[in-house]
Design a protein. Structure first.
Length: 255
């Protein structure tokens, strides 16, 4: 069964206060202490009501020594008086912080969007703007890479985005829903989500009835019917899911 839940949006308006504590982070570099003003990471937040789901979004991220994601930030090195070596130290400290945060978050049985797998390498962080993992132009190659037991889709919690993805499109009009649903079922592992990345606010989201169907439990990973056929099949206890990459045609047949 494809379970899609509409997670509550916990916006800044839900916060009632923010109090400061002092959690010592001794591994912070001199440059990062300069940037933050301290080697203490502060601020805990109290909410008007407890969140319904133990899920977080860590906003934003440190991009390393390359371009900052917000173009309005300007020249960080020049504006702050730091050197490139300072930025390298900050990047190292940031990565250490995030590794520790990830470990503590999991230990407390919670989760963050950035811990999702949305494509890329085995250790890639979840993208704010995910795209479908299987694309029409590269369908066969994508499925060959994903249809095996050692696929990252089987070992990580996967987020599969509806097309077109990339933080684009109108969620009230799903343009390739059948294709996305079939490909999601073909490649998904034990833990997976099908939905949207960031699309802004005040949208209507199309919710097809097929999302509530019970497709059963997978009996194996997806397989190509013959070498080079471009046709991929996966058996579920209640259905058979197939994608013909030559025409990008999905088929879901219930047993």
């Amino acid at each position: 069964m494809v379970t899609v839940r509409r997670l509550p949006v916990i916006a800044a308006a839900n916060r009632v206060d923010s109090t400061c504590g002092t959690t010592r982070l001794p591994h912070l570099s001199r440059a990062s202490r300069f940037a933050s003003g301290s080697s203490n990471l502060t601020c805990s937040t109290r909410w008007v009501r407890p969140p319904l789901y133990p899920v977080f979004f860590w906003d934003d991220f440190w991009p390393g020594t390359g371009n900052f994601p917000d173009s309005s930030a300007g020249n960080i090195t020049g504006d702050t008086g730091m050197t490139k070596e300072d930025l390298v130290q900050i990047t190292s400290a940031y990565n250490a912080n995030m590794a520790e945060l990830t470990k503590v978050t999991l230990a407390r049985r919670k989760f963050s969007w950035q811990m999702l797998w949305t494509g890329g390498g085995p250790t890639a962080k979840g993208s704010t703007c995910p795209s479908p993992l299987v694309k029409k132009e590269t369908c066969a190659a994508d499925l060959r890479a994903l249809c095996h037991a050692n696929s990252t889709a089987q070992s990580r919690t996967m987020m599969y985005a509806f097309g077109p993805g990339g933080c684009k499109g109108d969620p009230s009009k799903l343009t390739q829903f059948n294709e996305d649903l079939a490909n999601f079922l073909l490649v998904r592992g034990p833990y997976a989500y099908l939905g949207h990345g960031w699309l802004g606010c005040s949208h209507f989201y199309e919710y097809p009835a097929e999302l509530n169907r019970d497709y059963g439990q997978p009996t194996d990973v997806c397989k190509e019917t013959a070498p080079g056929s471009g046709v991929f099949v996966r058996q579920f206890s209640r259905s058979t899911v197939k994608m013909d990459c030559s025409t990008f045609t999905p088929t879901i047949t219930f047993k």
